[in-house]
Ligand binder design. Structure first.
Ligand code: HEC
Ligand code: HEC
Ligand code: HEC
Ligand code: HEC
Ligand code: HEC
Length: 364
């Protein structure tokens, strides 16, 4: 009991002491609040997050029209963008093109994963600044052409330079020199400029210019402002031609029609030009056919237009073709005008001279 009493006693003393101290530090009631201070100045408003987006993503239907045209173009539907290896990707994939235009190389560093076909982002700087300034075309500087046939070329197609970067002849080796007595060894059945030498024909260079009865001059078409763009991107006809479809000819009720909207730019052909176009194309196709038959006769080409090796089957490294300059050059000219696919329209004078003089050189 004694211990307990002592405990209570000590506790009571301690409690008493706490009360004494507590009462010493006790504060008074809070004072009334002071008056509010003055408001600070307003900050500057930030940009509306989507204001510049809407300048393109608006309801004017312009974007829809271009997208719809592009969706029906060969750029979108051709399907050859799976050619994503280092020497094909520079022209066949969107990413490969943008890469090589920066590096200046003719190949990409590696094959392109997740390849994209040629699309809005290939030709315009979409989503760079996020303003309509992004409609600017990606690359329109003069093209440093890969194959000129030994000519010094300074051709400026303005907006058409964009197209010419891809629609140009690939490097062709060996390259025959007219008049040379050399024999040229060719190890590929695909000898020639490849499928897209339009810019070379338009500019009037890159053919095998063997002398003959016709001179190598160019038609007016090479001087049209913006070149390709003026003829191929004239006011669209539905989703068949022009605009972002980019084809000049289209099928209509089973026949081929020419989109003439671009032909009358600068009032060049106000009276219509479809019939005259067809005539030129027929004439050029006849010349192409004659040259092809001659090359078949000489066992240089097969009937599908591939190069034959010395043993009469398709040329390859184990079966090379050993050809004279005129044989190799004439074969190149045949492929050049054929693969251009305009039936000579891109440069009527140059195309005809190449075909005519090649035939003469082969002893027609
Ligand atoms: C220069 C015009 C332009 C401006 C400015 C612009 N865009 Fe686009 N945008 C495009 C084009 C062209 C496409 C591709 C259209 C297509 O193929 O469907 C696109 C596609 C898109 C897409 C679809 C996804 C994609 O990447 O393909 C979205 C989302 C988008 N834009 C959002 C925006 C936003 C958000 C802004 C503003 C911050 C903006 N855009 C500004 C032109 C523009
Ligand atoms: C990045 C390279 C590239 C650029 C730039 C480019 N093209 Fe093409 N173009 C191609 C390829 C590759 C094809 C074939 C696509 C396929 O078959 O998949 C093609 C196909 C076409 C076709 C369809 C040919 C046919 O078979 O009917 C036309 C027409 C055309 N391009 C015109 C143009 C025009 C005009 C421009 C410039 C405004 C342009 N191209 C810019 C690479 C390009
Ligand atoms: C300098 C640019 C360029 C390079 C490099 C290139 N191509 Fe092409 N290729 C084109 C163009 C342009 C076309 C479209 C021509 C057209 O449709 O009128 C095309 C068309 C094609 C076609 C379609 C032919 C047809 O008749 O439909 C094939 C297949 C093809 N290329 C394969 C290749 C392969 C394989 C490589 C790589 C070894 C390659 N290309 C490299 C520009 C190029
Ligand atoms: C092969 C290249 C190419 C591709 C792909 C391409 N464009 Fe274009 N685009 C052009 C060229 C060249 C012009 C300029 C035409 C002219 O001056 O007549 C142009 C013009 C335009 C314009 C008008 C721009 C202005 O300044 O008024 C719009 C809008 C446009 N393109 C949208 C698109 C959209 C959307 C896509 C994708 C669906 C696309 N383009 C794909 C080459 C291309
Ligand atoms: C004078 C107008 C004109 C110019 C400039 C022009 N083309 Fe053509 N192009 C044509 C005509 C016409 C055809 C033949 C169309 C047909 O009958 O199939 C054609 C055919 C083509 C073809 C074959 C596919 C098709 O539509 O039949 C391609 C690809 C092509 N041109 C690309 C180009 C490129 C790339 C340039 C610029 C380097 C260019 N063209 C410059 C008028 C032009």
């Amino acid at each position: 009991m004694k211990k307990v009493n002592l405990f209570y006693l000590l506790s009571a003393i301690l409690f008493g002491a706490m009360l004494v101290f507590a009462s010493c530090t006790k504060e008074g009631a809070p004072g009334t609040n002071g008056a509010d201070g003055q408001d600070g100045e307003d900050g500057i408003n930030g940009d509306d997050g989507t204001a510049s987006c809407i300048l393109c993503h608006d309801n004017s239907q312009v974007m829809f029209a271009k997208i719809n045209q592009w969706e029906h173009s060969i750029h979108a539907t051709g399907g050859n963008f799976e050619r994503n290896g280092i020497d094909c990707a520079p022209c066949h994939t969107s990413q490969g093109f943008l890469e090589r235009m920066e590096t200046g190389e003719q190949v990409t560093a590696a094959s392109i994963s997740n390849p994209n076909p040629i699309n809005c982002y290939t030709c315009h700087w979409i989503h760079n600044e996020y303003t309509p300034a992004d409609w600017a075309l990606t690359y329109t500087d003069e093209v440093n052409f890969w194959h000129t046939g030994g000519k010094a070329v300074t051709e400026d197609f303005e907006k058409g330079n964009l197209c010419a970067n891809c629609h140009q002849s690939r490097v062709t080796t060996p390259w025959p020199v007219p008049g040379s007595a050399d024999i040229y060894e060719i190890t590929s059945m695909r000898y020639g400029p490849h499928h897209g030498p339009m810019a070379n024909l338009l500019g009037g260079f890159g053919g095998y210019e063997v002398p003959g009865s016709m001179t190598y001059t160019s038609s007016m078409h090479k001087n049209i402002e913006d070149a390709c763009v003026t003829c191929h991107m004239a006011d669209a006809y539905g989703q068949q031609a022009g605009g972002h479809v980019m084809n000049v000819a289209y099928e209509y009720h089973g026949g081929m029609e020419l989109l003439e909207a671009g032909c009358d730019a600068a009032e060049c052909h106000p009276e219509g030009i479809a019939d005259a176009t067809e005539e030129v194309q027929e004439e050029v196709h006849e010349m192409l056919e004659a040259l092809h038959y001659k090359l078949i006769d000489l066992a240089v080409s097969d009937s599908a237009g591939y190069l034959l090796g010395d043993d009469g089957t398709l040329a390859s490294s184990s079966n090379p073709a050993n050809l004279s300059a005129d044989e190799a050059g004439a074969f190149f000219n045949f492929k050049f005008v054929e693969e251009d696919r305009s039936g000579g329209i891109h440069n009527i004078k140059y195309a005809k001279a190449l075909l005519n003089n090649s035939l003469e050189a082969l002893g027609d």
